[in-house]
Design a protein around this ligand. Sequence first.
Ligand code: NI
Length: 181
Amino acid sequence: MKDKPVILKIARMGHPVLRKKAEPVSDPMSAQIARLVEDMIETMQDAPGVGLAAPQVHVDLRVVVFHVPRGRDAQEGGAEGVPLTVLINPVIEALDDETNLAFEGCLSLPGMTGQVKRYSNIRYRGFGLDGKEFEREAHGFHARVVQHECDHLDGILYPQRMDDLSTFGYVEEMQKSFTQD
Ligand code: NI
């Protein structure tokens, strides 16, 4: 009998696990990784969030899960969204120098938001749970989510990427003073 997925505790900013560089996964097809991913998906959906990295649930491995909800990315031509994706040992490269500035949030900084500059166009690759490597191009919000989640694997939280900390604050307050696209 398969165990039901469980909701894991999410580490918050300040916890040392969020500052570490995570270890590569040696066998993406192992039962341990399958179980971890199931629990990460359950945790992300419960939160709810668009992405989650293993260090956020106190696991020191290079694994992220994310999805882009339909319609979230309409302005970048990604209205269809991106289905739930498991990315193991990911590698990102920027396709050009274009960047964009937008607000981000993170389950490890509940209630907070801040403006972060990210590459607009990237290519990323990584392994799936089937042990196969795959590659995708991503733009706009999709590219942003992947950059944010993969930063977690290098011990980086979004405030460390911010150029202007005056745009960092509580979501409730920021919504009053900033108009988000
Ligand atoms: Ni995050």
